[in-house]
Write a protein that binds this ligand. Structure first.
Ligand code: PMP
Ligand code: GLN
Length: 378
C-alpha cells in the first residue's frame, strides 16, 4: 500500500498511555485530568438527554452554545463574533484544526508551524496537500523568533499556526509578541490558525493574549478552543472555532462533510454550564496550586525545572540525571520508576533531542504526590 503519511506512526500520547497502563505507572504523559468534572455539568447532560435532546443538532452547533461562546469571547477579549455566522461547534480542537486546514490549504500552499508543535498539525497540512514550513521557536526560551518567521514568509504562504499557551513548552505569548505577528502579517493575506485550547490556564497574573484581542489578527484567524481542557472532560471531544464569516463559511463546507454535527446533549449541557463564568475564571488558581505543588516536589529531585507560565504541563531538563536520550528516558522512567512522561522530541519533525521531557500536572494531589515520591528516588 502506498501510504499518504509515510512519516506518521502512532501518536506519542497513545504509545505512552498504553505503556503506562501496562506497567501500572503514574501517567503524567498524555494531557488529561484524572479527576472528574463538576457534578453540575454531569447533571446538565442527564437533564439534556431526558429532555429529548438526542437527535442531530444544527450543523454549526446549537445556537445557545454558540451565543455563550460569543459572549465569553466578547467579555474576555473584547471582540464580538456573530454567533450565527462566526462560531462553529466542533468535535474537539483536533477536528477544528484539521477542518480549518482542509478548508483553506490548497495543494502547494505553504503553512508555517513553529516547532516544537502539537503533533497533529504537520500530518493535517500534508493531508491537505500543503507544504510544511518549520520555523523553530528560540531554543531554550521557546519564544517566537520574528526574524525567522519573516524569513519563512513567501508569496505561497497560506497560513501560520500558532499556539498559546503553548503545548509542550508551557510558554505564553506576550501582548508585544502578538502585536509583532499582527504587524508582520499586515501587508500579507496569510491566514492564522490560533490554537488556544489552554486559554484559561495562565499563571501568576499573566493574561492570555487571544488573537481575538488584535483586530488585525482576528480578521484573518481561526481561533480554536476546547471544552475538554476547560471543563475537565477531554473524552467528550467538544470544542469550537471562531472566525470571520467568510472564513467560517469555508470551514463549514468541510465540517458538514467530515463530522456534520457534534453530539447534541453535551452541547445543551455546555450551553447551560457556560452561563456561570466562575468555572473558567477559577481555573488559573485551581491549576496554579497544582503546578506549585508539583514543582515544590520536583525541587527535591535532580530534575531541573523549566518555567511553566501556562497550560497544565511542566517541562524538566533531564541532562543532570541521565545519559539517555529523551525518548529512551521516558520509556525507562515509565518501566523502571513507574512515572510516564512525554519526550519533547515528539513535537519536532526531526526528533530534535534537547534533554527535556514534559509532565502533565492535571492530576489529583495524591497522584502528584505518588509521582514525586517515585521521582525523588532518582
Ligand atoms: N491542540 C493542543 C495544543 C492540544 O494540546 C490539544 C489536546 N491534546 C488539542 C489541540 C486537541 O484538543 P481536543 O482534545 O479538544 O481535540
Ligand atoms: N493534548 C494532549 C497532550 O498533549 C493529548 C491529546 C491526545 O492524546 N491526542 O498530551
Amino acid at each position: 500500500l502506498q501510504t499518504k503519511l509515510p512519516a506518521v506512526g502512532t501518536t506519542i500520547f497513545t504509545v505512552m498511555s498504553a505503556l503506562a497502563a501496562e506497567k501500572n505507572a503514574v501517567n503524567l504523559g498524555q494531557g488529561f485530568p484524572d479527576f472528574n468534572c463538576d457534578p453540575q455539568l454531569l447533571q446538565a447532560v442527564t437533564d439534556a438527554m431526558a429532555a429529548g435532546h438526542n437527535q442531530y443538532p444544527p450543523m454549526p452547533g446549537i445556537l445557545p452554545l454558540r451565543e455563550a461562546v460569543a459572549a465569553k469571547i466578547e467579555t474576555l477579549y473584547g471582540h464580538r463574533y456573530d454567533a450565527q455566522s462566526e462560531i462553529t461547534v466542533t468535535a474537539g480542537a483536533t477536528q477544528a484544526i484539521i477542518t480549518a486546514i482542509l478548508a483553506v490549504v490548497r495543494p502547494g500552499d505553504e503553512v508555517i508551524v513553529l516547532e516544537p508543535c502539537y503533533d497533529s498539525y504537520v500530518p493535517n497540512i500534508e493531508l491537505a496537500g500543503g507544504t510544511v514550513v518549520r520555523v523553530p521557536l528560540t531554543p531554550g526560551s521557546f519564544r517566537p523568533d520574528f526574524a525567522k518567521i519573516a524569513a519563512a514568509l513567501t508569496p505561497r504562504t497560506r497560513a501560520i499556526i500558532i499556539n498559546t499557551p503553548h503545548n509542550p513548552s508551557a510558554t505564553v505569548w506576550t501582548e508585544a509578541e502578538m502585536r509583532q505577528l499582527e504587524d508582520l502579517l499586515a501587508p500579507t493575506d496569510v491566514l492564522v490558525i490560533s490554537d488556544e485550547v489552554y486559554e484559561h490556564m495562565v499563571y501568576t497574573g499573566a493574561r492570555h493574549e487571544s488573537a481575538a484581542r488584535f483586530p488585525g489578527l482576528a480578521a484573518r484567524s481561526f481561533i480554536v478552543s476546547s471544552f475538554g481542557k476547560t471543563y475537565h472532560v477531554t473524552g467528550w471531544k467538544v470544542g469550537y472555532v471562531a472566525a470571520p464569516a467568510a472564513l467560517s463559511a469555508e470551514f463549514r463546507k468541510v465540517h458538514q462533510f467530515n463530522v456534520f454535527t457534534v453530539n447534541t446533549p453535551m452541547q445543551h449541557a455546555l450551553a447551560r454550564y457556560m452561563a456561570d463564568p466562575a468555572p473558567y475564571l477559577e481555573l488559573p488558581a485551581f491549576y496554579q496550586r497544582k503546578r506549585d505543588l508539583f514543582a515544590a516536589g520536583l525541587a527535591k529531585t535532580r530534575f531541573k525545572l523549566l518555567p511553566s507560565a501556562g497550560t497544565y504541563f511542566q517541562c524538566v531538563d533531564i541532562s543532570e540525571l541521565s545519559e539517555l536520550g529523551e525518548s529512551d528516558f521516558c520509556q525507562w522512567l515509565t518501566r523502571e520508576i513507574g512515572v510516564a512522561a512525554i519526550p519533547l522530541s515528539a513535537f519536532y519533525g526531526d526528533g530534535f533531542d534537547q534533554r527535556v521531557v514534559r509532565f502533565c500536572f492535571a492530576k489529583k494531589d495524591e497522584t502528584l504526590q505518588l509521582a514525586i515520591e517515585r521521582l525523588a528516588r532518582l
